[in-house]
Write a protein that binds this ligand. Sequence first.
Ligand code: SF4
Length: 85
Amino acid sequence: MSAGDGATAGLRAIVDRAECFGFGYCAEALPAVFHLDAEGKSVATDVEVDRALLLRAADDCPRAAISLLPTAGRMPDAPSGEPTA
Ligand code: SF4
């Protein structure tokens, strides 16, 4: 996982570092997930938090720098290979 990415509540938070201006609203709203690094850019970490809070943090970013994508862990189970009929 690269800096700026994080997964939580079935969603992966991706911070577009080019768009992030380091206002810090996300880190204030959800410090368990977001923090500002040495360059003053937001970084998302992998912790489970309330999904609604994560959606709100992304929506409140004034630069729309936070994208939320489904995590790979929510893919359906692979077929077992056993015949069903
Ligand atoms: S709210 Fe948006 S612009 Fe501000 S630090 Fe967070 S990601 Fe960056």
